[in-house]
Design a protein around this ligand. Sequence first.
Ligand SMILES: [Fe+2]
Ligand SMILES: [Fe+2]
Length: 196
Amino acid sequence: MDTIEGQRTVKATSFREATAEDWEYVTKLGREAIQKNAGRPVIDLLRSQKDVPNHGWQINNYEHSLQCATRALKNGETEEYIVAALLHDLCQDLNPYNHDKLAGDALRYYVSDELHWVVANHQIFQLSFRDHSKFDTKACEKYRGHPYFEAAMRFCEHYDMNCFGKYDYLPLEHFEPMVYRLYEKGVQAFHAKHPY
Ligand SMILES: [Fe+2]
Ligand SMILES: [Fe+2]
């Protein structure tokens, strides 16, 4: 049996050339790699942001993320909530104007539907706290009545808008095992539910 380490490659150079056996083989290898690597891409991406600019705030987005996660941990939130707090701004620099949706997608299948929605919509909810700015602080009112409205507001109030000053946060290494646990569990569940 081939292993990930000693893998052969198929002869096919296109999807249409791939045989049924090729598909079995590449799908198996792909899924083994995804399982083995679960959580690592998001950790690597976050770690790469250690020295991003702070845009005039006292701390940068990396420190903000660790502060949000540390506060969630100290307040006794669940592990998936802590990971969501850690990763909610993961994609800030990929597309600042749509970074909540990107982070939401990075967490999709690994957290609850509620937490996914909260992260995927936090940009509009955190506007509510921008007193003395020209931003539309009432923008999230269009979601009033949504089942996750209050959860999104709570997240932004306790683990986002208040996390821009100096704070004694825990290092990324402290949260890594939580991320791996959550993503490994999510990948297993996804593969069990979607064999193909
Ligand atoms: Fe954000
Ligand atoms: Fe944030």
